[in-house]
Design a protein around this ligand. Structure first.
Ligand code: SF4
Length: 225
C-alpha cells in the first residue's frame, strides 16, 4: 500500500509540522497529475514497498517534533481496510493527528472513517463540474456522497480546487458552486506543470476567488496560487 514517506513537511497539514505517507495506485486519471510515479504501474512497480511497521517506528522516532501525519497518494481510500488499519495504528500507537487527502471516490470507506472519528482533518478534491467527471475516470455521484458525509464537519474539511484550464473554466466553476454551500474552507490551487500553456494568468484566480466569495459568503477562500 505504501510507496513513499517524507519525514518532515511544513506545508501538507494546515498549522502542523507533519510527516507524509504516500500510498500508490489511483482510480482517476487527472491529466495534470504530478504523482505519476505512484499511479502508473510501470513506474510504481519500480518503487520499494514500505511496511506499516517501518512507518510506525519512523513516526515514533519523530513524534517529539511532528504534530500530524498526512496520508496522501495516489488515492489512499482504494486500500479499504488496509487504510483503516494503518490509521488505527497511527492513532493508537503514535497518537498523532491524521489528515487524509482523497479524491472523494469511496464514500463507503469515508463514512466508516467518519463514523469512527479516525481522521482529524480532510482534504477532498473537487476536480471539475459534475457533468465532466467521466473525463477523468470518476463518478460524481460518489464524490457528492462524500461531500454529504463530510458536510457534517465543515471545520475539519478543506475542499481543494485545482484550476486546470482544460477541466475548469468559469462555466465549470459556476456548476460546482451549488455543491459547496455547506463548506467552510475552499482552496484554489495553482496547476503546477512544466507546460505553461495549461496555466491561467493570475487575474483568472482573482476573478474566481471574487465569484466564490460573493456566492459563498460563509466560506473562506484560501489562495494556493
Ligand atoms: S486523483 Fe490525484 S493521484 Fe489520482 S490521478 Fe488525480 S491528481 Fe493524480
Amino acid at each position: 500500500m505504501i510507496k513513499g514517506f517524507r519525514g518532515t513537511s511544513l506545508i501538507d497539514y494546515p498549522g502542523k509540522i507533519s510527516s507524509v505517507i504516500y500510498t500508490y495506485k489511483c482510480n482517476f486519471h487527472c491529466p495534470y497529475c504530478y504523482n505519476l510515479d505512484l499511479i502508473i504501474p510501470e513506474k510504481y512497480k519500480k518503487l520499494k514497498d514500505i511496511s506499516v511497521d517501518w512507518i510506525i517506528e519512523e513516526l515514533k522516532r519523530r513524534s517529539f517534533f511532528i504534530k500530524g501525519v498526512v496520508i496522501t497518494g495516489g488515492e489512499p481510500t482504494i486500500w479499504g481496510k488496509e487504510l483503516i488499519n494503518l490509521i488505527e495504528k497511527i492513532r493508537y500507537e503514535v497518537k498523532l493527528s491524521i489528515k487524509l487527502d482523497t479524491n472523494g471516490s469511496n464514500p463507503h470507506l469515508i463514512k466508516e472513517l467518519f463514523e469512527k472519528d479516525l481522521v482529524d482533518f480532510w482534504a477532498v478534491d473537487f476536480k471539475t463540474a459534475p457533468f465532466r467527471y467521466h473525463e477523468i475516470g470518476g463518478e460524481f455521484d460518489k464524490v457528492e456522497k462524500t461531500f454529504e458525509i463530510l458536510s457534517n464537519i465543515p471545520e475539519k474539511l478543506e475542499i481543494r480546487i485545482t484550476l486546470y484550464p482544460p477541466l475548469i473554466s468559469e462555466k465549470e466553476l459556476k456548476e460546482m458552486l451549488p455543491y459547496l454551500r455547506n463548506f467552510k474552507y475552499i482552496a484554489f490551487q495553482k496547476c503546477i506543470q512544466k507546460n505553461k500553456k495549461f496555466s491561467y494568468p493570475i487575474e483568472f484566480y482573482r476573478k474566481a476567488k471574487e465569484l466564490f466569495q460573493k456566492e459563498l459568503p460563509l466560506a473562506e477562500i484560501l489562495e494556493r496560487f
